[in-house]
Structure formats: C-alpha cells, structure tokens
Design a protein around this ligand. Structure first.
Ligand code: PMP
Length: 410
C-alpha cells in the first residue's frame, strides 16, 4: 500500500475488504454507513480465525501451550492499543465491550464520587451513550447535568463552554467527533479549559479514533473511550483508556474472576490494573482482532488518509449544494466525512430504503441523538459516512441514485 498522498491507492485498499466485493440489488455495493460500523479487512478476519483455529484457550491461566499463546496474542493487542493512542502505560488500557461500556465504567465510578451540587458538563451533540449515562450518574448522586449549546452549523459554542465551567464542574464529557453531524471538536483546547477548573475530562472517541492520530497525552484528557468496530476491528470489543492514578482507585465495576487479589468466604480484595476493571473471561478473539485492525490501520499514512476523506466530503458537499431541495445538517468548518441531510418533502427512512434498492447503504433516523434532532427541529436525517475505501465515483453514483429517489418520492 502506498504511503504517499498522491498515490493513496483506494483500489488496493478496497481489495482487502471481502464484504465490499459483493453486489446488492444487482449493483456493486456502495457502503456509506461507516459511522455506524466500518468493514473489516482480511487481515482482521484472519487474525480472529487463526486464534480459534490455532490457539483457542482462556487467558492468564497458562498451564499449557495454547493458554500461553492465547495470552501472548491478547496482551500484545493491549500493547498495540497503548502505542496507538500513546498511553503512558499499557496497564491504562482496559478492554470493554465498546465505547458505551467504557463510558459506563467511568459513570459508575463518578456516581459514587459526586455530591449534590456537583456538575457534569456535556454538549448538545451527544450520542445517547455519552448523555443517558451522565443523566443516570446525576440521578444517583444529586449532581447537575449541564449541556453546552451548539451553533446552527453544528459546531460547538466554545464561548458558552467556557462560561459553563465552574468550580463545581467535576467532569466534562465530550465527543471527539459528532456521529450525527461530523463536527470535529477542538478537544485539546476544551480539555485545557476544563482543567482550569480542575474537572476530569472524558472524551467519547467512538468517531474520532479512525480519523486522526489520537494521542491521549497531547489531548490531556483523563479518559478516552472507543469501540473496535469503528476502526476496522470486530464488534464486542472496545477500550477505556484512563490515567493510571485514576484507574487504580476507580470504584470496581463488575466483580468476579480475573479482577481479584485475595478472596475469602466473607470478603475480597481487588487486583491491580488493568485486571481490577476487567472481571470475567474477556473477549479474547475480539481483542486480538482489534490488535490486527490497528496493525492494518498503522500501514496507512495519516495525512494521506485525512486528505482522502476531506476530498470525499468536499466533493459530496459541493454536489449537495447544487442538488435542489437538499438540506445539509452539520456544516461545521472542521468535519470528518459525514454528510447528514434531508430532502425536501421526503422522509429520511424512505430515502434510505430507496437507496438500498440501488445498492447503497446509508443510515437514517436520529442516530442515537434524539435531543440533538429535537434541538435542530428535525425528525431525523439521512446520513452518509465515508471511509478510506470509498471513492469519488461512488459519491457521483450516490447522487445519481438520489435523483431517482427524489423523482420517486416527490
Ligand atoms: N458515541 C458516539 C459518538 C458514537 O458514534 C457511538 C456509536 N454510534 C457510540 C458513542 C457508542 O458506541 P458503541 O455502540 O460501539 O458502544
């Protein structure tokens, strides 16, 4: 695979994704639902298959060769994640089911630490995973949930963000990138501002992880959460990264095997990081698959990847602006390749259904962001989300298909 921007070889990348080789509705599949989940390259599929075919065993109980090999591959993946996000230490990388579980682990601990009158600050663009969790933590603790507004273009009102920070703000929970709008938030600056009032900062990185060199030390946050399936890895595996000094004392989440130090019939003590927050047999194959996904992703030069995505979103946006009756939702200055839209007099669900009949996969609805849709006065949107294997030609075909959809619906 090329590492140069000009030679970014989309055809070679596409060839590595078996799922993209098929036809839907007799047309080559156009997969524009990458914000929901990304497709998996062969190397990831093979890493999972190889694990089950060659060394399936439980980890950390190694009385035999298979268990040793399973543990080696599983823990090697933790090293890969730690390097990928520039963690201070591998023990700061906790395996979770995904972003949602990672946020819940932090919220569970926060709920036990917060007092009435404490504040949590989120934004109007939250996915439910980074909103309902904090609502529940506030209900349990008596803390107050504050919501930072966005502008009409879908960018964060950063002036209000600073105003909403107070000495009572104990935690700021922010999306790195909005799944519904594509907005990239200036998380480094926002984190520094939150630190001025000594708040903890959690970044919901579900959409950020696959788009740009996440470096947790540089961001300066306390927690960064992401899902493997958004970065070409499997579902059912994700990561909570947190600073060791916080995680070491974080209230335990689930109890059982793996996470203990000493157990008697009456009581137990907890083990060290990362195991104290990883009860039970983990998703071993998932972690190994995520490690393979990171290896695969690391082969692609980041600037080339970002340039490719920017070309796609700019091309799509330009065509959308010429498309009569098309309303773009989320036009912030800094965006990933997400284009949310509505067609005049057409319900987004019908748009998605009729595009599927032409072999094009998109997402429609509220995108797990019902309050955001209400805030924007919309029933939902149709959302195309592009990834590194998408092409300009696919975008042209999408607009041709959309013309047909419009003719059918209006
Ligand atoms: N936050 C954002 C911004 C997301 O896009 C998603 C997934 N759509 C999540 C959180 C939740 O991720 P998961 O369902 O993988 O736990």
């Amino acid at each position: 695979m090329s590492t140069s921007q000009n030679l970014f070889d989309v055809a070679a990348i596409r060839a590595e994704f078996p799922v993209l080789q098929q036809k839907i509705a007799n047309k080559p599949l156009i997969y524009f639902d990458n914000a929901a989940t990304t497709q998996k390259p062969l190397s990831v599929i093979n890493a999972i298959t190889d694990f089950y075919m060659q060394c399936n065993a439980n980890v950390h109980r190694g009385a035999h060769t298979l268990a040793d090999e399973a543990t080696r591959r599983y823990e090697q993946s933790r090293d890969k994640v730690a390097n990928f996000i520039n963690a201070y230490d591998r023990s700061e990388v906790l395996w979770t089911r995904g972003t949602t579980e990672a946020i819940n682990i932090v919220a569970n601990g926060m709920a036990q630490r917060l007092k009435p009158g404490d504040e949590i600050l989120v934004t109007e663009m939250e996915h439910h995973a980074n909103l309902v969790t904090w609502q529940q933590a506030c209900l349990r603790s008596g803390a107050v949930l504050k919501v930072c507004p966005i502008y009409e273009d879908g960018s964060l009102n950063t002036g209000m963000f600073v105003k909403l920070l107070t000495p009572n703000t104990k935690l700021v929970a922010l999306p790195h990138v909005s799944n519904a709008l594509g907005t990239i938030n200036p998380i480094k600056t926002l984190t520094a501002q939150a630190k001025n009032v000594n708040a903890l900062v959690l970044i919901d990185g579900a959409q950020g992880i696959a788009h740009g060199g996440v470096n947790v030390r540089e961001i300066g946050c306390d927690f960064y959460a992401f899902s493997g399936h958004k970065i070409f890895g499997p579902t059912g595996i994700g990561v909570l990264w947190g600073k060791a000094e916080l995680l070491q004392a974080w209230p335990v989440w689930q109890t059982g095997g793996e996470m203990i130090a000493e157990v008697s019939y009456q009581s137990a003590t907890w083990g060290g990081l990362p195991n104290r927050l990883e009860a039970g047999t983990p998703n071993i194959a998932g972690a190994i698959g995520l490690g393979a996904a990171i290896d695969w992703f690391n082969r692609i030069e980041l600037t080339a990847l970002q340039a490719h995505e920017q070309r796609l979103i700019q091309h799509a946006t330009a065509l959308a602006r010429e498309f009569s009756g098309m309303q773009l939702v989320g036009t912030a200055g800094t965006k990933i390749g997400v284009m949310s839209f509505n067609l005049k007099d057409c319900h987004p669900t019908d748009v998605g259904f009729l595009l599927d009949k032409q072999g094009i996969a998109i997402r429609t609805g509220a995108h797990c962001a019902q309050p955001l849709m209400k805030r924007l006065g919309l029933p939902g949107t149709a959302r195309t989300s592009f990834s590194l294997y998408n092409t300009m030609d696919e975008i042209d075909q999408f607009f041709n298909a959309l013309h047909k959809v419009k003719q059918m619906l209006t």
